[in-house]
Design a protein around this ligand. Structure first.
Ligand code: 5GP
Ligand code: MG
Length: 466
Protein backbone atom coordinates (compact mmCIF):
# COMPACT_ATOMS: atom_id res chain seq x y z
CA UNK A 1 0.00 0.00 0.00
CA UNK A 2 1.46 3.30 -1.06
CA UNK A 3 0.76 6.77 -2.28
CA UNK A 4 1.15 7.75 -5.92
CA UNK A 5 1.48 11.08 -7.68
CA UNK A 6 1.73 12.11 -11.33
CA UNK A 7 2.08 15.64 -12.67
CA UNK A 8 2.00 16.96 -16.22
CA UNK A 9 2.88 20.63 -16.82
CA UNK A 10 5.89 22.70 -15.90
CA UNK A 11 5.90 22.02 -12.17
CA UNK A 12 8.62 22.66 -9.64
CA UNK A 13 10.30 19.51 -8.35
CA UNK A 14 10.35 20.92 -4.84
CA UNK A 15 6.66 21.71 -5.16
CA UNK A 16 6.09 18.11 -6.23
CA UNK A 17 8.00 16.89 -3.20
CA UNK A 18 5.75 19.02 -0.98
CA UNK A 19 2.70 17.45 -2.63
CA UNK A 20 4.14 13.99 -2.04
CA UNK A 21 4.35 14.82 1.67
CA UNK A 22 0.55 14.84 1.67
CA UNK A 23 0.76 11.13 0.87
CA UNK A 24 3.34 10.37 3.56
CA UNK A 25 0.68 8.78 5.79
CA UNK A 26 0.26 6.17 3.03
CA UNK A 27 3.86 5.07 3.38
CA UNK A 28 6.86 6.33 5.26
CA UNK A 29 9.17 3.45 4.63
CA UNK A 30 10.77 5.16 1.65
CA UNK A 31 9.78 7.48 -1.17
CA UNK A 32 10.86 8.54 -4.63
CA UNK A 33 10.44 11.13 -7.35
CA UNK A 34 11.07 10.66 -11.07
CA UNK A 35 11.09 13.40 -13.67
CA UNK A 36 11.42 13.46 -17.43
CA UNK A 37 13.01 16.20 -19.50
CA UNK A 38 13.54 15.81 -23.23
CA UNK A 39 12.91 12.12 -22.65
CA UNK A 40 15.78 12.05 -20.16
CA UNK A 41 14.65 10.26 -17.01
CA UNK A 42 16.04 11.12 -13.57
CA UNK A 43 15.07 9.53 -10.26
CA UNK A 44 15.80 10.53 -6.70
CA UNK A 45 14.84 8.33 -3.77
CA UNK A 46 15.14 8.44 -0.04
CA UNK A 47 14.58 6.27 2.98
CA UNK A 48 11.76 7.51 5.18
CA UNK A 49 9.71 10.61 4.49
CA UNK A 50 9.52 12.37 1.09
CA UNK A 51 10.94 15.44 2.84
CA UNK A 52 14.33 13.74 2.54
CA UNK A 53 14.30 13.33 -1.24
CA UNK A 54 17.00 15.52 -2.80
CA UNK A 55 15.81 17.34 -5.92
CA UNK A 56 17.30 20.24 -7.92
CA UNK A 57 15.64 23.63 -7.80
CA UNK A 58 13.96 23.47 -11.20
CA UNK A 59 10.77 22.62 -13.02
CA UNK A 60 9.90 19.59 -15.09
CA UNK A 61 7.23 18.70 -17.64
CA UNK A 62 6.55 15.19 -16.24
CA UNK A 63 6.91 14.18 -12.61
CA UNK A 64 5.99 10.92 -10.85
CA UNK A 65 6.12 10.26 -7.11
CA UNK A 66 5.76 7.29 -4.75
CA UNK A 67 5.55 6.81 -1.01
CA UNK A 68 6.19 3.23 0.00
CA UNK A 69 4.50 1.12 2.63
CA UNK A 70 5.91 -2.40 2.65
CA UNK A 71 3.38 -5.17 2.46
CA UNK A 72 4.65 -8.41 1.01
CA UNK A 73 8.23 -7.19 0.64
CA UNK A 74 10.60 -6.49 3.47
CA UNK A 75 11.30 -3.01 4.71
CA UNK A 76 13.93 -0.77 3.21
CA UNK A 77 16.90 -1.00 5.53
CA UNK A 78 19.71 0.71 3.63
CA UNK A 79 20.37 3.20 0.84
CA UNK A 80 21.32 0.24 -1.39
CA UNK A 81 17.79 -1.11 -1.14
CA UNK A 82 16.29 2.04 -2.61
CA UNK A 83 17.09 1.22 -6.24
CA UNK A 84 14.99 -1.95 -6.32
CA UNK A 85 12.45 -1.44 -3.54
CA UNK A 86 11.09 1.99 -4.29
CA UNK A 87 9.35 3.40 -7.34
CA UNK A 88 8.80 5.16 -9.59
CA UNK A 89 10.53 2.79 -12.05
CA UNK A 90 11.60 3.42 -15.62
CA UNK A 91 11.59 0.41 -17.98
CA UNK A 92 11.80 0.58 -21.78
CA UNK A 93 9.69 3.53 -22.84
CA UNK A 94 7.61 3.54 -19.66
CA UNK A 95 7.94 5.24 -16.29
CA UNK A 96 5.52 4.01 -13.64
CA UNK A 97 4.39 4.38 -10.05
CA UNK A 98 1.84 2.06 -8.46
CA UNK A 99 -0.37 1.61 -5.42
CA UNK A 100 -1.69 -1.83 -4.59
CA UNK A 101 -0.47 -5.37 -4.55
CA UNK A 102 -0.22 -7.84 -7.40
CA UNK A 103 -0.98 -11.31 -6.05
CA UNK A 104 0.41 -13.40 -8.91
CA UNK A 105 3.85 -11.92 -9.67
CA UNK A 106 5.52 -15.22 -8.88
CA UNK A 107 3.19 -17.13 -11.19
CA UNK A 108 3.90 -14.79 -14.10
CA UNK A 109 7.63 -14.38 -13.69
CA UNK A 110 10.54 -16.40 -12.40
CA UNK A 111 12.49 -13.20 -11.70
CA UNK A 112 12.55 -12.07 -8.08
CA UNK A 113 11.20 -8.56 -7.57
CA UNK A 114 11.64 -6.46 -4.43
CA UNK A 115 8.72 -4.29 -5.48
CA UNK A 116 5.81 -5.20 -7.73
CA UNK A 117 5.86 -1.72 -9.29
CA UNK A 118 9.05 -2.77 -11.07
CA UNK A 119 7.31 -5.92 -12.26
CA UNK A 120 4.35 -3.88 -13.54
CA UNK A 121 6.65 -1.40 -15.32
CA UNK A 122 8.45 -4.25 -17.09
CA UNK A 123 5.26 -6.04 -17.99
CA UNK A 124 3.63 -2.89 -19.31
CA UNK A 125 6.71 -1.99 -21.31
CA UNK A 126 6.75 -5.47 -22.90
CA UNK A 127 3.03 -5.31 -23.60
CA UNK A 128 3.47 -1.93 -25.31
CA UNK A 129 6.18 -3.36 -27.55
CA UNK A 130 4.16 -6.43 -28.45
CA UNK A 131 1.13 -4.26 -29.27
CA UNK A 132 2.81 -1.81 -31.68
CA UNK A 133 2.98 0.91 -29.05
CA UNK A 134 -0.70 0.84 -28.09
CA UNK A 135 -1.18 1.70 -24.43
CA UNK A 136 -4.84 0.62 -24.56
CA UNK A 137 -3.95 -2.85 -25.81
CA UNK A 138 -1.07 -3.06 -23.37
CA UNK A 139 -3.45 -2.42 -20.46
CA UNK A 140 -6.01 -4.87 -21.86
CA UNK A 141 -3.31 -7.53 -21.83
CA UNK A 142 -2.21 -6.47 -18.37
CA UNK A 143 -5.77 -6.83 -17.03
CA UNK A 144 -6.00 -10.34 -18.46
CA UNK A 145 -2.81 -11.51 -16.75
CA UNK A 146 -2.58 -9.56 -13.50
CA UNK A 147 -4.52 -10.46 -10.37
CA UNK A 148 -4.71 -7.98 -7.54
CA UNK A 149 -4.94 -4.27 -6.91
CA UNK A 150 -3.24 -1.66 -9.05
CA UNK A 151 -3.82 2.06 -9.31
CA UNK A 152 -1.01 3.35 -11.53
CA UNK A 153 0.30 6.63 -12.91
CA UNK A 154 2.92 6.70 -15.63
CA UNK A 155 4.65 8.46 -18.47
CA UNK A 156 4.94 7.06 -21.99
CA UNK A 157 6.95 9.23 -24.39
CA UNK A 158 5.29 12.65 -24.06
CA UNK A 159 2.04 11.56 -22.41
CA UNK A 160 0.97 11.13 -18.81
CA UNK A 161 -1.39 8.23 -18.19
CA UNK A 162 -3.41 6.85 -15.28
CA UNK A 163 -5.13 3.51 -14.83
CA UNK A 164 -7.20 2.04 -12.01
CA UNK A 165 -7.79 -1.72 -11.99
CA UNK A 166 -11.24 -2.85 -13.03
CA UNK A 167 -12.35 -3.44 -9.44
CA UNK A 168 -11.17 -0.09 -8.16
CA UNK A 169 -9.52 -1.45 -5.03
CA UNK A 170 -7.30 1.58 -4.45
CA UNK A 171 -8.26 5.22 -4.79
CA UNK A 172 -7.04 7.37 -7.68
CA UNK A 173 -8.25 10.87 -8.52
CA UNK A 174 -7.29 13.56 -10.99
CA UNK A 175 -7.77 17.23 -11.77
CA UNK A 176 -6.70 19.78 -14.35
CA UNK A 177 -6.12 23.50 -14.24
CA UNK A 178 -4.56 25.47 -17.09
CA UNK A 179 -1.57 23.49 -18.32
CA UNK A 180 -1.31 21.41 -15.16
CA UNK A 181 -2.74 17.92 -14.75
CA UNK A 182 -2.38 16.07 -11.46
CA UNK A 183 -3.22 12.45 -10.70
CA UNK A 184 -2.92 11.29 -7.10
CA UNK A 185 -4.00 8.69 -4.56
CA UNK A 186 -5.85 11.30 -2.55
CA UNK A 187 -7.73 14.48 -3.38
CA UNK A 188 -5.90 16.53 -0.72
CA UNK A 189 -2.93 16.69 -3.11
CA UNK A 190 -5.10 18.47 -5.68
CA UNK A 191 -6.46 20.86 -3.03
CA UNK A 192 -2.97 21.85 -1.98
CA UNK A 193 -1.86 22.34 -5.59
CA UNK A 194 -4.90 24.54 -6.24
CA UNK A 195 -6.07 22.18 -8.97
CA UNK A 196 -9.79 21.42 -8.74
CA UNK A 197 -10.57 17.73 -8.50
CA UNK A 198 -12.33 16.49 -11.60
CA UNK A 199 -13.29 13.02 -10.39
CA UNK A 200 -12.06 9.56 -9.45
CA UNK A 201 -10.45 7.57 -12.25
CA UNK A 202 -13.16 4.99 -12.97
CA UNK A 203 -12.35 1.34 -12.32
CA UNK A 204 -11.07 -0.14 -15.59
CA UNK A 205 -10.52 3.31 -17.12
CA UNK A 206 -7.33 4.42 -18.83
CA UNK A 207 -6.75 8.17 -19.01
CA UNK A 208 -4.12 9.66 -21.33
CA UNK A 209 -3.17 13.32 -21.04
CA UNK A 210 -1.05 15.18 -23.58
CA UNK A 211 0.92 18.38 -23.29
CA UNK A 212 -1.70 20.25 -25.31
CA UNK A 213 -4.31 19.80 -22.57
CA UNK A 214 -6.24 17.00 -24.30
CA UNK A 215 -7.49 14.10 -22.22
CA UNK A 216 -8.50 10.77 -23.74
CA UNK A 217 -10.48 8.19 -21.78
CA UNK A 218 -10.61 4.49 -22.71
CA UNK A 219 -12.66 1.81 -21.07
CA UNK A 220 -10.23 -1.10 -20.85
CA UNK A 221 -12.30 -3.53 -18.83
CA UNK A 222 -15.83 -3.18 -17.49
CA UNK A 223 -16.20 -5.15 -14.30
CA UNK A 224 -19.66 -5.47 -12.80
CA UNK A 225 -18.06 -6.01 -9.42
CA UNK A 226 -16.28 -3.02 -7.91
CA UNK A 227 -14.49 -3.75 -4.66
CA UNK A 228 -13.20 -0.55 -3.09
CA UNK A 229 -11.03 -1.16 -0.06
CA UNK A 230 -13.14 -0.25 2.99
CA UNK A 231 -10.02 0.12 5.15
CA UNK A 232 -9.10 3.26 3.21
CA UNK A 233 -12.07 4.93 4.90
CA UNK A 234 -11.54 3.37 8.31
CA UNK A 235 -7.80 3.85 8.67
CA UNK A 236 -5.68 4.53 5.67
CA UNK A 237 -6.73 7.70 3.86
CA UNK A 238 -6.43 11.22 5.21
CA UNK A 239 -9.68 12.47 6.77
CA UNK A 240 -9.79 15.38 4.32
CA UNK A 241 -9.68 13.07 1.29
CA UNK A 242 -12.74 12.38 -0.83
CA UNK A 243 -12.90 8.85 -2.24
CA UNK A 244 -15.78 7.79 -4.50
CA UNK A 245 -17.55 11.01 -3.53
CA UNK A 246 -17.37 10.23 0.18
CA UNK A 247 -15.41 12.52 2.46
CA UNK A 248 -13.34 10.24 4.69
CA UNK A 249 -13.97 12.47 7.73
CA UNK A 250 -17.74 12.10 7.27
CA UNK A 251 -17.44 8.32 7.00
CA UNK A 252 -15.43 8.19 10.23
CA UNK A 253 -17.99 10.45 11.91
CA UNK A 254 -20.80 8.12 10.84
CA UNK A 255 -18.81 5.13 12.08
CA UNK A 256 -18.68 6.85 15.48
CA UNK A 257 -22.41 7.50 15.43
CA UNK A 258 -23.08 3.82 14.81
CA UNK A 259 -20.79 2.87 17.70
CA UNK A 260 -22.62 5.40 19.88
CA UNK A 261 -25.90 3.65 19.14
CA UNK A 262 -24.42 0.28 20.00
CA UNK A 263 -23.05 1.71 23.24
CA UNK A 264 -26.50 2.99 24.22
CA UNK A 265 -28.00 -0.46 23.58
CA UNK A 266 -25.44 -2.03 25.92
CA UNK A 267 -26.83 -0.13 28.96
CA UNK A 268 -23.46 0.35 30.63
CA UNK A 269 -22.58 2.89 33.30
CA UNK A 270 -22.20 6.20 31.51
CA UNK A 271 -18.63 7.27 30.74
CA UNK A 272 -17.21 10.52 32.09
CA UNK A 273 -15.14 11.07 28.98
CA UNK A 274 -14.79 9.88 25.42
CA UNK A 275 -11.11 9.58 24.55
CA UNK A 276 -9.85 9.07 20.99
CA UNK A 277 -6.65 7.15 20.30
CA UNK A 278 -4.94 9.69 18.04
CA UNK A 279 -5.29 10.38 15.24
CA UNK A 280 -7.53 8.28 13.04
CA UNK A 281 -10.39 7.80 15.47
CA UNK A 282 -10.91 11.49 16.28
CA UNK A 283 -13.96 12.05 14.04
CA UNK A 284 -15.58 8.88 15.42
CA UNK A 285 -14.92 10.03 18.98
CA UNK A 286 -16.49 13.41 18.19
CA UNK A 287 -19.61 11.69 16.88
CA UNK A 288 -19.85 9.41 19.92
CA UNK A 289 -19.44 12.36 22.26
CA UNK A 290 -22.25 14.23 20.50
CA UNK A 291 -24.52 11.22 20.52
CA UNK A 292 -23.91 10.21 24.13
CA UNK A 293 -23.65 13.82 25.33
CA UNK A 294 -20.39 13.03 27.06
CA UNK A 295 -17.41 15.39 26.83
CA UNK A 296 -14.49 14.45 24.65
CA UNK A 297 -11.05 14.72 26.28
CA UNK A 298 -7.76 14.10 24.50
CA UNK A 299 -6.19 12.33 27.44
CA UNK A 300 -4.08 10.12 25.20
CA UNK A 301 -1.53 12.08 23.20
CA UNK A 302 0.81 10.80 20.61
CA UNK A 303 4.55 10.96 20.86
CA UNK A 304 5.07 12.55 17.47
CA UNK A 305 8.83 12.46 17.52
CA UNK A 306 9.30 8.77 18.06
CA UNK A 307 11.79 8.68 15.22
CA UNK A 308 12.16 6.25 12.36
CA UNK A 309 10.14 3.14 12.40
CA UNK A 310 11.53 -0.34 12.18
CA UNK A 311 10.31 -3.84 11.72
CA UNK A 312 8.86 -5.07 14.93
CA UNK A 313 9.41 -8.77 14.85
CA UNK A 314 9.03 -9.80 18.44
CA UNK A 315 6.17 -9.20 20.83
CA UNK A 316 8.63 -7.53 23.24
CA UNK A 317 9.51 -5.00 20.55
CA UNK A 318 5.85 -4.34 19.87
CA UNK A 319 5.11 -3.94 23.58
CA UNK A 320 7.97 -1.53 23.99
CA UNK A 321 6.87 0.50 20.97
CA UNK A 322 3.33 0.62 22.35
CA UNK A 323 4.77 1.93 25.65
CA UNK A 324 6.61 4.78 23.99
CA UNK A 325 3.95 5.76 21.54
CA UNK A 326 1.45 7.46 23.86
CA UNK A 327 1.65 10.07 26.59
CA UNK A 328 -1.21 10.50 29.09
CA UNK A 329 -2.77 13.49 30.83
CA UNK A 330 -2.32 11.84 34.20
CA UNK A 331 -4.44 14.16 36.36
CA UNK A 332 -7.64 13.55 34.42
CA UNK A 333 -7.88 9.78 34.72
CA UNK A 334 -8.30 8.82 38.37
CA UNK A 335 -11.77 7.57 39.30
CA UNK A 336 -13.19 8.16 35.84
CA UNK A 337 -15.15 5.92 33.52
CA UNK A 338 -13.43 6.29 30.17
CA UNK A 339 -14.68 5.27 26.75
CA UNK A 340 -11.67 4.89 24.46
CA UNK A 341 -12.17 4.89 20.67
CA UNK A 342 -9.63 3.41 18.25
CA UNK A 343 -9.91 2.59 14.55
CA UNK A 344 -8.91 -1.05 14.67
CA UNK A 345 -7.62 -3.91 16.75
CA UNK A 346 -5.06 -5.98 14.92
CA UNK A 347 -3.08 -8.06 17.40
CA UNK A 348 -4.62 -6.31 20.38
CA UNK A 349 -1.27 -4.98 21.62
CA UNK A 350 -2.28 -1.31 21.49
CA UNK A 351 -5.69 -1.77 23.09
CA UNK A 352 -4.31 -3.92 25.89
CA UNK A 353 -1.57 -1.41 26.61
CA UNK A 354 -3.91 1.58 26.65
CA UNK A 355 -6.40 -0.11 28.95
CA UNK A 356 -3.59 -1.13 31.32
CA UNK A 357 -2.10 2.38 31.25
CA UNK A 358 -5.44 3.99 32.08
CA UNK A 359 -6.19 1.53 34.89
CA UNK A 360 -2.69 2.01 36.27
CA UNK A 361 -3.47 5.71 36.49
CA UNK A 362 -6.62 5.02 38.44
CA UNK A 363 -9.39 4.82 35.84
CA UNK A 364 -12.50 3.24 37.32
CA UNK A 365 -13.79 1.65 34.13
CA UNK A 366 -12.33 1.51 30.65
CA UNK A 367 -14.58 0.73 27.71
CA UNK A 368 -12.96 0.21 24.33
CA UNK A 369 -14.80 0.99 21.08
CA UNK A 370 -13.45 0.06 17.65
CA UNK A 371 -14.64 1.65 14.41
CA UNK A 372 -13.61 -1.39 12.34
CA UNK A 373 -15.39 -4.75 12.67
CA UNK A 374 -13.23 -7.72 13.74
CA UNK A 375 -10.56 -8.41 11.12
CA UNK A 376 -10.13 -12.13 10.69
CA UNK A 377 -8.37 -12.60 7.35
CA UNK A 378 -5.08 -11.37 5.91
CA UNK A 379 -5.16 -8.81 3.08
CA UNK A 380 -3.58 -9.74 -0.26
CA UNK A 381 -4.34 -6.42 -1.92
CA UNK A 382 -1.85 -4.15 -0.27
CA UNK A 383 -3.00 -3.43 3.27
CA UNK A 384 -0.49 -5.03 5.51
CA UNK A 385 -2.82 -6.82 7.87
CA UNK A 386 -0.47 -9.49 9.09
CA UNK A 387 -1.27 -13.14 8.62
CA UNK A 388 -4.58 -14.58 9.81
CA UNK A 389 -3.04 -16.06 12.88
CA UNK A 390 -1.66 -12.69 13.95
CA UNK A 391 -5.13 -11.19 13.84
CA UNK A 392 -6.52 -11.69 17.29
CA UNK A 393 -10.09 -11.85 15.95
CA UNK A 394 -9.26 -14.81 13.72
CA UNK A 395 -8.95 -17.10 16.70
CA UNK A 396 -10.71 -15.28 19.56
CA UNK A 397 -14.33 -14.41 20.23
CA UNK A 398 -15.25 -10.82 21.09
CA UNK A 399 -15.49 -11.80 24.76
CA UNK A 400 -12.04 -13.39 24.60
CA UNK A 401 -10.63 -10.23 23.00
CA UNK A 402 -12.30 -8.11 25.70
CA UNK A 403 -10.66 -10.36 28.31
CA UNK A 404 -7.30 -10.11 26.58
CA UNK A 405 -7.32 -6.33 26.43
CA UNK A 406 -8.86 -6.21 29.93
CA UNK A 407 -11.57 -3.78 28.88
CA UNK A 408 -14.76 -3.50 30.95
CA UNK A 409 -16.62 -3.62 27.65
CA UNK A 410 -15.54 -3.97 24.05
CA UNK A 411 -17.72 -2.32 21.41
CA UNK A 412 -17.11 -3.40 17.83
CA UNK A 413 -18.56 -2.01 14.62
CA UNK A 414 -20.95 -4.29 12.71
CA UNK A 415 -20.28 -4.93 9.02
CA UNK A 416 -23.73 -3.59 8.11
CA UNK A 417 -23.20 -0.30 9.95
CA UNK A 418 -19.75 -0.05 8.37
CA UNK A 419 -21.30 -0.33 4.92
CA UNK A 420 -23.95 2.22 5.80
CA UNK A 421 -21.36 4.64 7.13
CA UNK A 422 -19.28 4.40 3.97
CA UNK A 423 -22.40 4.79 1.89
CA UNK A 424 -21.32 2.49 -0.92
CA UNK A 425 -21.97 -1.21 -1.19
CA UNK A 426 -19.23 -2.10 -3.67
CA UNK A 427 -16.56 -2.80 -1.09
CA UNK A 428 -13.81 -5.33 -0.59
CA UNK A 429 -14.49 -6.78 2.87
CA UNK A 430 -12.16 -9.75 2.48
CA UNK A 431 -10.30 -9.09 5.74
CA UNK A 432 -13.66 -9.28 7.55
CA UNK A 433 -15.38 -12.17 5.81
CA UNK A 434 -12.66 -14.02 3.87
CA UNK A 435 -14.46 -13.45 0.55
CA UNK A 436 -11.55 -12.54 -1.68
CA UNK A 437 -12.88 -10.97 -4.88
CA UNK A 438 -10.12 -12.13 -7.26
CA UNK A 439 -9.22 -15.58 -8.47
CA UNK A 440 -5.58 -15.79 -7.56
CA UNK A 441 -6.18 -14.46 -4.05
CA UNK A 442 -8.72 -17.27 -3.63
CA UNK A 443 -6.05 -19.74 -4.72
CA UNK A 444 -3.65 -18.34 -2.12
CA UNK A 445 -6.48 -18.77 0.35
CA UNK A 446 -6.97 -22.41 -0.56
CA UNK A 447 -3.24 -22.97 -0.12
CA UNK A 448 -3.29 -21.31 3.28
CA UNK A 449 -6.16 -23.56 4.32
CA UNK A 450 -4.36 -26.61 2.98
CA UNK A 451 -1.03 -25.81 4.62
CA UNK A 452 -2.23 -24.06 7.74
CA UNK A 453 -1.49 -20.44 8.53
CA UNK A 454 2.24 -20.83 8.80
CA UNK A 455 2.83 -19.23 5.40
CA UNK A 456 5.17 -16.31 4.98
CA UNK A 457 5.04 -13.63 7.59
CA UNK A 458 3.96 -10.25 6.41
CA UNK A 459 5.84 -7.41 7.97
CA UNK A 460 3.33 -5.23 9.68
CA UNK A 461 4.39 -1.66 9.58
CA UNK A 462 2.90 -0.44 12.77
CA UNK A 463 4.25 2.98 13.10
CA UNK A 464 2.74 4.75 10.14
CA UNK A 465 1.83 8.16 11.29
CA UNK A 466 -1.88 7.40 11.70
P1 5GP B 1 -2.59 -3.79 17.37
O1 5GP B 1 -1.87 -3.11 18.44
O2 5GP B 1 -3.94 -4.32 17.77
O3 5GP B 1 -1.76 -4.87 16.71
O4 5GP B 1 -2.84 -2.75 16.21
C1 5GP B 1 -3.87 -1.78 16.35
C2 5GP B 1 -3.36 -0.42 16.06
O5 5GP B 1 -2.66 -0.42 14.82
C3 5GP B 1 -4.47 0.60 15.93
O6 5GP B 1 -4.14 1.69 16.77
C4 5GP B 1 -4.46 1.01 14.48
O7 5GP B 1 -4.64 2.41 14.34
C5 5GP B 1 -3.11 0.61 13.97
N1 5GP B 1 -3.11 0.08 12.61
C6 5GP B 1 -4.08 -0.54 11.93
N2 5GP B 1 -3.68 -0.89 10.69
C7 5GP B 1 -2.41 -0.48 10.55
C8 5GP B 1 -1.44 -0.50 9.48
O8 5GP B 1 -1.70 -1.00 8.39
N3 5GP B 1 -0.23 0.07 9.75
C9 5GP B 1 0.06 0.64 10.95
N4 5GP B 1 1.25 1.17 11.13
N5 5GP B 1 -0.82 0.69 11.96
C10 5GP B 1 -2.04 0.13 11.78
MG1 MG C 1 -3.75 3.85 15.72
Amino acid sequence: MCGVLGILGEYSLRGARDLLLLLAHRGQDASGLLWVEDRQVTTSRSMGSPARIIVPDKVSQFILGSTRYPTTGRRVTSEEDLETFVGPFHRGRVSLTHNGNVTNVKVLSSKRYDCDTEFLAERLSNNINSNDGSLQKAFKDLESEIDGAFSVVGVLDDKLFAYRDSRGFKPLVFGRSGDTTIVASESTVLDMAGVPMERDVYPGELLIFDTGGVMESYSILQNALHTHCFFEYVYFAHPAATIENQLVYDVRFRLGRALGQTFIRMNLDPPDYIVPVPDTSRPAAQAMAEMLQVPIREIILKNRYLGRTFILRSQEERDSMASNKYIYLDGKIKGKNILVVDDSIVRGTTARKIVADLKKRGAEKVYFAVTCPPQTHACYYGIDIATDRELIASTSSIQEIADFVQADALIYQETSTLENAIGIKDLCLACLDGKYPTEHARKIRDKVQELGTTHNERDYERELSE
